[in-house]
Every structure is written in structure tokens, then in C-alpha cells.
Write a protein that binds this ligand. Sequence first.
Ligand code: AMP
Length: 284
Amino acid sequence: MFIFKDVEQISQHIHKTKASAQRIGFIPTMGALHAGHLSLIKASKQKHCYSICSIYVNPTQFNNASDLDNYPVTIEKDAKMLSEAGCDVLFLPTSDQMYGGKLIATKFDYGNITRVFEGAKRPGHFDGVITIVSKLIDVVMPDEVFFGQKDLQQCMVVKKLLDTSYPNVLFNMQPTQRENSGLAMSSRNVRLSKEEAVVALRLYQALNEVKLLLNQGLSVVNALAEAKLRYLQHPLLKLEYLDVVDSATMETVEFIASEKQYAVIIACWCAEVRLIDNILLTES
Ligand code: AMP
């Protein structure tokens, strides 16, 4: 696996790779890698892409200073995991190279998908995400990008960015990887104590409960209320949202229509850690 820290150097390497007619698959991450990230590398390799993973903890997408300060950094371990997973290139840019000294995100308004849920709860978050994904795509020039369903709204926002500015880049969304317990894998999980990790399972249980109740014919409002009551009334939990949305537009829905794809989404604090998760209603 090649490791590049310098934009010039990786650019030369990419030009050579493209000249040999290989398709480039790109997996942007913030590191502290786990099996969820590796599933994206695997998906890229399965599509026979020359696979480039970036690790960059992007300051402009953090709306909370302590979240940024506490974000885990495990570069050596990450590099080993990527190399073992068959990743071809690891890109480790510096803030200077990405932002030229000015850590400022461009403002984006894609309507509902950038305004609701994560957009509303984490002001500026998607501006930071879109800004850094654009900058990275400009350097890596991928044919395909791979993102995780774990961050469903981010997937929809990146899809919109591609439609708007990079129509030739193919978007791939990969399913959420979970611990055996059902907890969605996340770099932030290392900040949960053993007790908190057990309580955090309630998020996934609540999502599944909503789905079950909807399948049993309950209304959206009642299914949400019931799941909140059964799983999310715990002293360590502070719910930000639990909703049923049209997964393409992130619009909340009150009724389920068979032709659309829906997701149950949640954001909830477990002690000091903010967790997000979702399931698709069609997911088995
Ligand atoms: P992050 O390092 O958290 O910015 O995530 C980098 C990429 O990995 C994003 O596309 C995430 O959606 C994806 N990802 C994070 N956690 C998981 C997971 N548990 N399963 C699948 N993909 C994930």
C-alpha cells in the first residue's frame, strides 16, 4: 500500500494509475477504523477499483469543539488494517494542504436534506462535509465513491453534491456494519464505557421496534411513541430525534406508501457520546 501525505505526490500517482485505465474507488474517512470502514474498501475492491482511502479528521464539520478534541486518532493501526484489507493507497492530507491555512467551509443549501436532522442539530456540519468531500474528490479524481448507510443523511447530501458538481462519479452506499450485539460500529463507540455500550443497544432496539410496529399496522405516530416509551426512557439516554423519513429526501412521513423507500432514523446521546443510527424499512 502506498501512503501519501502530499497532494502533489498523490496527484502524480493518480495520473499514472488513470493512464493505465484503472477505475479509481475512493473511500473518505476520519480514521479510527473499524470493520464498517473496511466493508467500504471491500466493496471498492469487489468492483475491481484501484482503492484509495483518505484519513483526515476534518475540523470544519465538527460543530462541537470537545467532539473534535476527543475524536480518536489511531493512524498506525489504521494503516495496518487498510494494508491487510488490500487498500492500494492511503492518503493522509494535512489541514494546510486541504484548506491552505483558512479552516473555513463553503456554505451549501441543498434544501431539506441539508437543513433537517443532522443539518439542524449540527449547524454547519454539512457545509464542512461537502467542502471536504469536494476538495478530496478534486485531488483523488475517483470514478466511484463508497459511503456507509450508517450516515444516511450524509449519503443523500454527497449524492446531491455528485449530481450537482461531479455527474461522472458513481455513488455507492454500503450497509451498516454492526457489532454482534447490534450496536452500529462507530469510531465514537470507544468512548462508551461497558455499561454505556449496553445501554446504547437500545437505539437499535428502538429502530427495530418502530419497524415491527409499522409492519403490524400501527400508525407512524403511535409506533414512534411506543418505541420511545419502551426503549429510550433511560437516565443515560437523551433523545434528539427518532423519526420515519423518506430515505431519498429525508422528509418525515406520517403514512407509508408502498412505492417509496423509508428509513427509521435516530440520534441520541448516550452519556457524553452522541450516536446516530438508522434502518431501512425494506432491510431484512
Ligand atoms: P467516518 O470515518 O466516521 O467519517 O466514516 C467514514 C465512512 O465510513 C462514511 O462513509 C461512513 O458512513 C462509513 N461508516 C462509518 N461507520 C460505518 C458502519 N458501521 N458501517 C458501514 N459504514 C460505516
